[in-house]
Design a protein around this ligand. Structure first.
Ligand SMILES: [Zn+2]
Length: 168
């Protein structure tokens, strides 16, 4: 069986300059034309978007519409909504990418590697064979995916699950 390697695209998004806006996530919330729109779903209080600088294809961010920087600021109803969105994200990514696992979490504060202050939860699909040069050299298939192509695929799937789960 041929192994599939998933390599994040090094296309125009990655090479381009980061837009000059106060908060990149707020600008996505406000549909600012300066922000590249990688939004895939909007619930009452959150947006789910493809990460502009993905660690892997399908790397998602879930963030509140309002600008908050600490998890303590989330209300209990927001926490419930966020949890549902996390579950939907896992389902959708499993269906589309069939990863071997996930990293789900926050980078909080300066020492964590966080580059955006606006609170956001990362959902990162992980693969056992990812990013191994030996595999690349041995001729495994490399799949490159632009974030905007990821958006189209995910939007369709997300809508299906969200209607059923968010109604509960
Ligand atoms: Zn913000």
């Amino acid at each position: 069986m041929k192994k599939n390697l998933f390599v994040p695209s090094k296309g125009e998004y990655v090479k381009g300059k980061r837009p000059t806006v106060d908060c990149i996530l707020c600008s996505i919330v406000q549909n600012d034309p300066k922000a590249i729109n990688l939004k895939i779903f909007r619930s009452e209080s959150f947006i789910v978007a493809v990460n502009l600088y993905p660690y892997n294809p399908g790397h998602l961010m879930i963030f509140p519409n309002r600008h908050i920087e600490e998890i303590e600021k989330l209300s209990l109803s927001e926490v419930g909504e966020l949890h549902k969105l996390t579950i939907i994200s896992l389902k959708v990514l499993r269906n589309l990418y069939n990863p071997h696992g996930f990293n789900v979490g926050y980078n909080l504060g300066k020492g964590s590697g966080a580059s955006i202050k606006h609170l956001h939860l990362h959902v990162v699909p992980r693969y056992e064979n990812e990013l191994s040069f030996i595999d690349v050299l041995s001729g495994s298939k490399i799949i490159v995916e632009e974030p905007k192509d990821t958006v189209q695929k995910l939007k369709r799937e997300y809508k299906k699950y969200a209607e059923e789960l968010l109604a509960q």
